[in-house]
Design a protein around this ligand. Structure first.
Ligand code: ACO
Length: 361
């Protein structure tokens, strides 16, 4: 290989790994386009089921058109599998239990695989959680929207319209995001012609790390540790001095504020404008932006999606242990669409190279 790269810099920055019509991340402008629409417009008028269906059809126009009724039927079908899969996994933390449960799904590849997998994710999670609490898992209600039923299954009570709308906005907002780490993992696996369940399992595993989808729980931990406005400056300095990363800040692509942060902040304000955490969080956000700018003048580190994800999901009374699994309930639309698109465009095996700096015999 003739490329001269300093090993610590390697991270495939700027290297195209796919051609896609699903989403576009404009890092300098801070814009995100999903299914041909800017994220703020899309989140305003489209449901999660609508976005998923559009992504699947964009990936391959031959994909059957999914609608809320088909999502509901697919959740019901998934419940039979969840009751078989979940009892042996309740000893695992939720984030790991869901990974194992997705891996155990039996979904034949074919035109309906994306819908079956996407519908199964919240059902598996809610079944795991109910069993962990020693309760009888609720059966899905196929008449409800995906977000409303997800909240009902997870919390054991019907969601209000405002709560369902807030979760729907969240799921829509995180449904796809260019060649992020989990989508790349999905593409690598589907490109080997492994099953869609295998590709989604790999994607979920990549999502679970704190540098990707594992960040929102630690965002709340950070706010709890800071506790009050008077402690913000000292806490941030201490954390950064010992080399910690501030969860909910920084992004590989965005060199400005992550546009999803604004959409989620607006959803939070609509749902729970009085939430006590909001005032502290806003103060932490400004102080963190200023401190990161001071310490990294050459690298713009701004608020990312995870900061307001944490606040929104907390306002929906979702425990922080479920934040990453909830992210997967939205992002599975994108993962499955990328899997469809890879085959529809006759994608090749993805096989990069490594810079060898070991001993030559
Ligand atoms: N807090 C403190 N310092 C940071 C942060 C942060 N959140 N993010 C980056 N930096 C620093 C790095 O330490 C590095 O400093 P150095 O040059 O002195 O070594 C510099 O900024 C550049 O960072 P990179 O590692 O090159 O940034 P990269 O593009 O690889 O990482 C990432 C992006 C992983 C998101 C990073 O900003 C981070 O770890 N953020 C915190 C975790 C987080 O919020 N993850 C969610 C991301 S959104 C999503 O995936 C859905």
């Amino acid at each position: 290989m003739n490329v001269h790269v300093k090993a610590p810099q390697i991270g495939l920055d700027g290297v195209p790994a796919a051609v896609t019509a699903l989403s576009l991340v404009e890092g300098m402008a801070g814009e995100l386009v999903i299914a041909g629409e800017r994220i703020d417009d899309l989140a305003r008028h489209e449901t999660f089921e609508g976005v998923a269906a559009r992504l699947w059809r964009l990936a391959d126009p031959g994909t059957p058109l999914a609608d809320p009724a088909l999502f509901g039927a697919a959740r019901t079908a998934a419940f039979a599998q969840a009751r078989r899969i979940c009892p042996s996994l309740v000893h695992l933390p939720a984030i790991d239990g869901l990974r194992a449960a997705i891996a155990a799904l039996s979904v034949p590849d074919g035109p309906n695989a994306a819908l079956a997998i996407a519908a199964a994710v919240p059902v598996l999670l809610a079944t795991l959680e109910a069993l962990r609490r020693g309760e009888t898992p609720l059966a899905p209600d196929p008449a409800l929207g995906h977000a409303a039923d997800t909240l009902r299954l997870l919390r054991g009570r019907p969601a209000t319209e405002a709560e369902a709308r807030a979760l729907d906005t969240y799921l829509t907002t995180v449904s796809d995001h260019g060649m992020n780490a989990s989508t790349f993992a999905c593409r690598v696996v589907i490109a080997t012609r492994a099953s869609m369940v295998s590709a989604v399992t790999a994607a979920y595993a990549a999502l679970s790390g704190p540098l990707h989808g594992g960040a929102p729980g630690p965002v709340l931990d950070m706010l709890d540790e800071i506790g009050s406005a008077g402690r913000i400056t000292d806490w941030l300095a201490m954390a950064l001095d010992r080399g910690d990363r501030l969860m909910g800040f920084g992004h590989r692509i965005y060199r400005t504020r992550d546009p999803r942060a604004d959409v989620l902040k607006a959803a939070l304000m609509a749902l729970a404008p009085e939430t006590p955490r909001l005032a502290l969080a806003t103060a932490v956000e400004s102080a963190a932006q200023a401190e990161l700018a001071r310490r990294h003048p050459g690298r713009k580190l701004d608020t990312n999606v995870e900061f307001y994800t944490a606040l929104l999901l907390d306002a929906l009374s979702i425990p922080r242990t479920l934040f990453t699994p909830i992210f997967a309930i939205g992002r599975v639309a994108g993962w499955t669409a990328h899997a469809i698109e890879h085959h529809a465009r006759k994608g090749r095996l993805i096989r990069p190279e490594a810079v060898y700096d070991g001993v030559r015999p």
